[in-house]
Design a protein around this ligand. Structure first.
Ligand code: NDP
Ligand code: ZN
Length: 363
């Protein structure tokens, strides 16, 4: 019924009505929320969302842990679904195709960063994030994410997904996958490199899988040993619960830790010239800083931050992951379980990735 309305709206150039789950303030729990999305432009596609992953960034955002959020907020930037309508100038998709959307839905397209498909770093400040962002291309209206039944997106920012792909596993690749794939590639990880992954959750698992795929020897730093069996099954060398236990030296460390921790304890574990990529984004009030004195005394080691990856690289990651069968471990939940999933992800009771089955919105 709703889909039929959306098709009529798309055809008539009207705003697209949508139903999702939102919080209305930082301490709120998720409740149903009806809203509208901008009308379809000639380069836009309308996607019926089938699955949406829950990323820890959704929790940071919903709880205003990085900045004051824009409410009501519908999070979700790991989106997989089916194309149900296309604008006149769309060439990448046809109705019926599978498509994905990650963390961004638009950017200026003209600056050096955008031209190099590093749209997340648009030099004109026009990266439009999938939710919790004002869309300057659409009258500064707020963007709403994937915990909903549809999304309108410029085809340039939608990822192509083959028809035989397991959509529920594709969704988390669009953030957890690209965010870990990109720095491993940037640091040119190769066969035999010693890699450590700090934080063994949604992102951490993907980092482990890509590092193993690249031929690295992988160790994990986790908060506890609860996922020891999973680590062993993957074929990692060791799982440490504290940096002080570790006597190894690494070529590369990727930190996906979402809470306060001492970055320098990890820098100390790098070989001379080794690199550490930080992707985990603890709440700002926890003030996770690098001690420059310690950094200078451990000279020659490189620490850098990394933010998702550009659209071109995301498509590359997706194609490789599907070809090689590199997938997240997912637990499918319904919309009514979102609040519980947030609790579990915060309290160390979650395994890897929760993915919402959007059919549950109808029930
Ligand atoms: P998850 O909650 O799925 O995983 C985080 C993992 O870190 C959990 O396994 C948790 O352990 C573990 N952990 C927590 N504290 C510590 C600690 N002190 N030492 C070791 N491990 C610890 O989160 P995600 O993987 O979805 O996201 C991780 C972080 O990455 C978030 O801050 C998120 O915002 C950020 N992020 C950044 C992106 C970027 O572009 N840079 C993109 C996407 C996400 P336990 O199992 O016990 O809870
Ligand atoms: Zn994310």
């Amino acid at each position: 019924m709703l889909l039929q309305d959306n098709l009529t709206q798309a055809k008539n150039g009207e705003k697209i009505s949508a139903r999702g789950y939102a919080v209305t303030h930082k301490d709120d729990t998720f409740k149903p929320f009806d809203f509208t999305r901008h009308a379809m432009g000639e380069n836009d596609i309308l996607i019926e969302i089938l699955y949406a992953g829950i990323c820890h960034s959704d929790i940071h955002s919903a709880r205003s842990e990085w900045k004051d959020g824009i409410y009501p907020m519908v999070p979700g930037h790991e989106i997989a679904g089916r194309v149900v309508a296309i604008g006149n100038k769309v060439s990448k998709f046809k109705v019926g195709d599978y498509a994905g959307v990650g963390c961004m839905v638009n950017s200026c397209g003209e600056c050096e960063a955008c031209k190099q498909s590093q749209e997340q770093f648009c030099e004109n400040g026009k990266t439009i994030f999938t939710y919790d962002c004002l869309d300057c291309f659409h009258d500064n209206t707020p963007t709403y994410g994937g915990y909903s039944n549809n999304i309108v997106v410029s085809e340039k920012f939608a990822l192509q997904v083959p028809q035989d792909a397991p959509l529920e596993k594709v969704a988390p690749l669009l953030c957890a996958g690209i965010t870990t794939y990109s720095p491993l590639k940037f640091s040119k990880i190769k066969k035999g490199d010693k890699v450590a992954v700090a934080g063994f959750g949604g992102l951490g698992l993907m980092a482990v899988k890509y590092a193993l795929y690249l031929g690295a020897e992988v160790s994990i730093f986790a908060r506890n040993t609860l996922k020891m069996q999973e680590a062993k099954n993957l074929g990692v060398k060791a799982l440490y619960t504290d940096t002080s236990e570790c006597r190894e030296r690494f070529d590369f460390i990727i930190s996906t830790i979402p809470t306060a921790y001492d970055v320098n304890n990890y820098v100390d574990l790098l070989k001379f010239g080794g690199e550490m990529a930080i992707v985990g984004l603890p709440p700002v009030e926890l003030k996770t800083h690098i001690d420059v004195t310690r950094l200078v005394f451990s000279a020659g080691k490189k620490v850098y931050g990394s933010l998702i990856g550009g659209i071109q690289e995301t498509q590359e990651m997706l194609d490789i992951s599907l070809k090689e069968g590199i997938y997240p471990e997912v637990e499918i939940i319904g919309v009514n379980d979102i609040n519980k999933a947030y609790e579990n992800l915060t309290n160390g009771k979650a395994k890897f990735r929760y993915v919402i089955d959007m059919k549950s919105l109808e029930g």
